[in-house]
Design a protein around this ligand. Structure first.
Ligand code: GAL
Length: 349
């Protein structure tokens, strides 16, 4: 009797674990913004404040790896986590491709540093993948913001930490940023300068490893305190999407357009439309999130996805994602809420 019961219990647990694995491997057909997003192992994706590149038929998503259970944002950062995908919906875990350093306290990326908003750019000449991130040294906090630089031979890493520089032409550096590769291969560093929060842009050197300090200027027309910038070039115009400044708390998104990269930029207002039913938040709070990046979708005409983070500063690993199409109405960007969608949306536009 007892033996039979044991057999029944074992079978029950076996079936449960099998089902869990299935859930993880099951391919998903839609983006479901604002809900838990699982990777190929059935684990919630841990890549916050990230960006995506496309290389040889594969998309790579790089984001902040947050550490479980740390309530202080300052100690939540574990490095850069990478995932890969062919369809932008189903993501394979490629692991932590740059870890903070747990052994050397004197390292720039020693555990306890703040390592945020990683973005990767491919350098054609050297065939290297270069990762940039906001880097606040351990014990210094948000006062001085460096751009950290790490380099890899493969898109899925591993990345090796190389060095840091102060962006913005300021001794306090610059905070939230976008690395934008222009049509001629020049990479521009758009960033909010510290400490005065002027929005600036500068050029990287041809090797993409450092910014040219004297190249920074404030493009006309972009509002001060524009954080979380994401930049695209579309139909002869440059678009900057971003947020206001309120730390981890969401605020209204903003957008700007210009005919040349230096500006003058015209303010096109808040691109968000609709309500996130999961939290009841609309355009005034960007659905409860903050923009991180705009992905140009391959093989679709005029197709872009906006990556938005839902921050959970009390336990950052629980932070979520809102990915929505970026569309244009009379050349004005629109990010309209959708409960569930997939790339066929771009065929119907
Ligand atoms: C946000 C910024 C995040 C993080 C946060 C800290 O505005 O976009 O990357 O730095 O502030 O309060």
């Amino acid at each position: 009797m007892r033996k039979n019961l044991l057999v029944v219990i074992s079978i029950f647990f076996l079936v449960c674990s099998f089902q869990q694995t299935q859930a993880g491997n099951k391919s998903q057909k839609n983006f479901v913004p604002g809900t838990e997003w699982l990777d190929n192992n059935g684990k919630p994706i841990n890549a916050h404040g990230g960006g995506v590149i496309f290389h040889k038929g594969v998309y790579y998503w790089y984001g902040e790896h947050k550490i479980e259970g740390k309530s202080e944002a300052t100690f939540a950062d574990g490095g850069i986590h990478c995932y890969s995908s062919k369809d932008l919906i189903n993501w394979k875990d490629r692991g932590i491709v740059l870890s903070v350093d747990y052994t050397n306290e004197n390292s720039d990326i020693a555990y306890g540093c703040i390592l945020e908003r990683p973005k990767v750019v491919y350098h054609e000449k050297s065939k290297k993948f270069i990762a940039y991130f906001k880097l606040y040294l351990k014990g210094i906090g948000y006062e001085v913001s460096n751009v950290g630089v790490a380099v890899a031979d493969k898109p899925y890493g591993p990345f090796t930490y190389s060095h840091k520089f102060l962006g913005g032409g300021s001794l306090k550096g610059s905070g939230d940023f976008s690395m934008f590769k222009n049509t001629d291969g020049t990479v521009y560093h758009f960033a909010v300068r510290k400490p005065d929060k002027t929005f600036v842009m500068g050029k990287l050197q041809p090797d993409y490893l450092y910014a040219m300090p004297n190249s920074y200027q404030a493009p006309n027309g972009v509002t001060k305190h524009t954080e979380a910038p994401a930049v695209i070039y579309r139909k002869g115009k440059y678009y900057i999407l971003g947020s206001g400044t309120s730390g981890w708390k969401p605020n209204a998104a903003r957008s700007f357009v210009a005919d040349s990269i230096q500006g003058t930029y015209t303010d096109l207002g808040n691109p968000a439309v609709g309500i996130n039913p999961h939290n009841g938040l609309g355009p005034e709070k960007t659905f409860g999130g903050q923009i991180s990046y705009i992905i140009p979708v391959q093989d679709k005409k005029d197709a872009y996805i906006v990556m938005i983070d839902i921050w959970e500063p009390e336990n950052p690993i629980k932070g979520g994602y809102i990915w929505l199409p970026l569309t244009f109405k009379n050349d004005k960007p629109i990010i309209e809420w959708m409960d569930s969608w997939n790339l066929s949306f771009f065929d119907k536009k």
